[in-house]
Structure formats: C-alpha cells, structure tokens
Unconditional design. Structure first.
Length: 320
C-alpha cells in the first residue's frame, strides 16, 4: 500500500492538462491539480462517483443466486497504480478508473459492489474458487486466459513511449528507437515488443535498442529526467497520468499492447460458465450508450482508450 506521503509526492506537481476532466460533483475538499477549476482531481475517500441506475432487463441476465444475494463481489489488484486503482488520502480507500467502471456495472445490474484488493495472482485464484463474481483490474484478454475465463471488454489495452517534455522525437515503429536507450519493465508485453523491435533493427543493419531495467517507477523517471534514458515504454494509462500530474514528460508514441498482431483489450473477467459475461457486456453497452462511461474515462484521462461497445471473448493476445 502506498502511504499518503508517497501518493502526494507522486501527484503534487499536477498541472492543468487537457488529458484530465472534471471530478464528478466537484465539491471534494481533497484534490490535486488547480483547485477551483475543472481539471482538479478528487483523491479523497469521498469520490462523488458517477453512478448509474438499475436496468431491469439487464439485471435479469444475472444468475438468480447473485440477484438474491444482492451484491457483486469484485476483485481488484492491491497494487497502487494511478489512475487505474490506488489509495485515497486516507491510505485505505481504493479509488480509480477500474473501481468507477465496476461500480457503474454493478449499479446497472441493481447490485451493491463489494470490492476486495488482493495480489495479482490471487485475482485468478479468487475467480477459480468463486470468491469473486468478477475482476475489474486492467486484465488483458489473451487466448490462454480464454480457456478458463470469460471476458467482456471495456477499454483498449495501449502502451506508450514517454519522453522528456519538449522533445521532437516521435516513435512510430522499430526504426525510431534504433540506437536509443529505453527503459521497460521485465516480463511485460512491452518488453517483448521492444526486444523484437531491437532484433528487427539489427537485421536491417540499424543499431539495436539499449534496453534498461529499473525496479521502481521513481527510478526510471529519475533516469529520464537526468538523461540516462531516452524514453520509458510502459502502460498508456499510467504514463498518461504521469504526464498530466508531473508536467515534465510527454507521450511520443502509442501502440497496442498486442503489438502488430492484435489490438489488446481490457475486460471484465469472470469464471468461464459463471453466467455473468452476458450481463457484464449488456451493462457496459448501456453505460457506453448513456454517456456515463465516457465521463469516467475523461475523469481519469483515459478517453483515448474508449471502446464503442463491449465484446464478449474477442481475439486475445496470442499464446507465447
């Protein structure tokens, strides 16, 4: 868990940005950004969330046992990763875009959301054991995961190159990173893409990518500001939030988390055969149509990752 001191340090430099929208009803006392203006972000426990209303025809798609219980048990990652899921100023309340979208879905289904934050691997353990009815936690659809789980998509899975503010350098393909020093997290999709690009560059007679690894986000941002790396390649949501909050960097290229093979997509995840995926997709389509979904994404700076409709079990990232 990140402490309030850590969180405030991470967002204290938040400046006005077109990436960030309003914060619900806008009367929260604890915000970051320009207070008194629409670009301030509410980071207090009282979120003034955008809420939905029950739609009977969609709620009827929920299995009877869950309707009778009256709650939707939702798993989320305990990692603090703004703007997806992180801790409010009380150091215990989870806030972020994933919580907001899950709440809209639960509202539409006429259920009370019950959130539990666990480690990443325990999200899937919780689904397997039926401890969770669903997971809303930046889960990418993959062909391997589709063997055990059902998916209803709600956001694109994009990656971004982040560089120092003011650079004219742009990344559109492998040749643009030839000879550059780029930081990436080990074991991620973005690492695979970067390694593949480096090999392509060498095969074409260009310089390889000098790939650097750091353990913490603070480490690679310090390296970026000191000039030890040229760019950081990571998830678009966290990069977009950092660009807006710190005001020292910019996004110079955005790509699918699936590389050239498939557009990566983030989805509500449920145990295969749970009977919930149709309800999730219908609820997501409803909040997309009524505009509340767009308001949530705008609030957290993720409008560029919006989907037009929810897809059930679309093509996922291929197996390794």
């Amino acid at each position: 868990m990140k402490t309030r001191r850590t969180l405030v340090t991470a967002v204290a430099a938040l400046t006005a940005s077109a990436l960030l929208g309003g914060c619900g009803d806008g009367d929260a006392q604890e915000t970051v950004g320009s207070k008194g203006r629409n670009n301030a972000i509410n980071i207090s426990p009282d979120q003034h969330r955008i809420r939905g209303k029950k739609v009977d025809s969609i709620a009827a798609k929920v299995p009877a046992s869950i309707r009778q219980r009256g709650t939707l048990r939702i798993g989320g990652s305990a990692d603090a990763s703004a703007p997806l899921g992180f801790y409010a100023t009380d150091d215990k309340t989870r806030i972020g875009s994933e919580i907001d979208i899950a709440t809209l879905v639960a509202d539409t289904l006429g259920l009370e959301p019950e959130f539990q934050a666990v480690s990443w691997e325990n999200l899937f353990v919780g689904l397997d054991s039926s401890k969770f009815d669903g997971v809303f936690s930046n889960v990418t659809v993959t062909e391997e995961r589709k063997e055990k789980y059902d998916f209803a998509t709600y956001r694109l899975d994009d990656l971004a190159f982040e560089a120092k503010k003011g650079t004219s350098w742009r990344v559109k393909g492998p040749e643009d990173v030839a000879g550059k020093t780029v930081s990436v997290a080990s074991g991620t999709n973005q690492e695979k893409i970067l390694v593949d690009w480096s090999k392509q560059n060498q095969k074409a007679g260009r310089k390889p990518v000098d790939i650097k690894y750091f353990q913490k986000d603070t480490d690679y941002y310090l390296a970026l500001q000191s000039g030890r790396i040229d760019a950081y390649f990571g998830p678009n949501p966290t990069s977009a939030y950092h660009v807006a909050s710190a005001g020292q960097t910019q996004i110079i290229g955005r790509f699918s988390g699936g590389g050239d093979q498939v557009q990566g997509k983030i989805a509500a995840t449920t145990k295969k055969g749970s009977g919930l995926v149709d309800a999730y997709a219908a609820a997501l389509d409803h909040v997309i149509e009524d505009g509340s979904y767009a308001k949530v994404l705008k609030r957290w700076g993720l409008s560029s990752e919006a989907v037009r409709k929810s897809e059930i079990n679309p093509p996922g990232l291929p197996k390794p």
